[in-house]
Ligand binder design. Structure first.
Ligand SMILES: [Mg+2]
Length: 315
């Protein structure tokens, strides 16, 4: 193996990046809403608080992580915390409560570990999906380095979400994405991630049961256990990118984040061409936030190409 990604892997990596952003944008207008009735599922990009096709904080934080990884490997948590804090300072329309608490401390000069620890100590049961939603760039960089993948997945979580469930969920999803990029079937990638990821027993039981759930069982809240449960359910109970993301986005509540995690997984499973063109065409967002630079699907394709070859170029 020469370490360079082949065409199939590149297509799946592009699917992961575009899929995460597309899922975010499809779920955006459904966030905080009740589940849609099965006979009336949303399948088109609709406007919400922001225009149709816009991605939100999930994708913005992933872009900050991707740019940090391009600049520094292994992952430099101080650099990542600075980038996250700079993003939070732009007053993005969408930002998680826990994330804002940590990053406002970082912006005031508190080191990231002290900031994250203080917020976690004040809210010991807080285990939101704010680090899971942005973690996919790590899998695109370390797809052939399992140890580095696990370390960076966990560390990027610790910067804002040090709860063990949050870090474990990031390791789980990125382990699956890396396996999918290399051609594993979704069910196989799921079983392997279950076998290799340390999860608390009750969290493991939730995830193991996810493929057997029905949509009425799923709360789809901002709790990381609910988000991972929904994403696994969406991937493993459907047979296409579109159906996986539609099913999860239409669960409502934390629709954009759950659909983004689902989109990263399903994009890695089915590749770029499986993502409906009407969704890719509608996708857009300013990055950096507030700038005149508008990202489209083509920019996510270029980013994916860059991320998957970073470590090949280095070795
Ligand atoms: Mg969001």
């Amino acid at each position: 193996m020469n370490g360079l990604p082949d065409a199939a892997l590149l297509d799946r990596a592009r699917g992961c990046a575009v899929g995460a952003a597309v899922g975010d944008a499809l779920g955006m207008p459904l966030e905080f809403k009740p589940p849609r009735p099965l006979h009336d599922l949303v399948r088109e990009m609709l406007p919400g608080r922001i225009p149709a096709g816009s991605f939100t904080d999930d994708t913005e934080m992933a872009l900050a992580l991707a740019e940090s990884l391009i600049a520094h490997r292994p992952l430099d948590p101080d650099d990542l915390a600075r980038r996250f804090a700079a993003w939070a300072e732009t007053n993005p329309p969408d930002i998680g409560v826990h994330t804002r608490r940590v990053l406002s401390r970082v912006a005031r000069g508190v080191p990231w570990r002290a900031a994250a620890s203080a917020v976690q100590a004040a809210h010991p049961n807080s285990a939101g999906n704010g680090s899971l939603m942005r973690c996919w760039p790590v899998a695109l960089v370390y797809w052939r380095q399992p140890e580095a993948l696990r370390a960076a997945s966990s560390l990027q979580s610790d910067v804002t979400h040090p709860h063990p469930d949050c870090a474990a969920a990031c390791v789980f999803v990125n382990t699956m994405i890396a396996d999918l990029l290399c051609g594993a079937a979704p069910r196989v990638a799921f079983e392997r991630a279950l076998a290799s990821t340390g999860l608390a027993d009750d969290f493991r039981a939730v995830i193991e049961a996810a493929p057997e759930r029905t949509r009425n069982d799923l709360a789809n809240s901002g709790w990381v256990r609910h988000t991972l449960e929904s994403a696994i359910w969406g991937l493993l109970t459907t047979a296409s990118f579109e159906e996986a993301v539609v099913q999860v986005a239409n669960l409502g509540d934390d629709a954009d984040t759950a659909a983004s995690v689902t989109g990263a997984l399903a994009g890695a499973a089915y590749g770029l061409d499986a993502i409906p063109a009407r969704w890719r065409d509608a996708l857009h967002g300013a990055w950096p936030v507030g700038s005149d630079t508008i990202w489209s699907a083509a920019d996510f394709v270029r980013l994916a190409d860059r991320l998957v070859t970073l470590e090949s170029a280095a070795t």
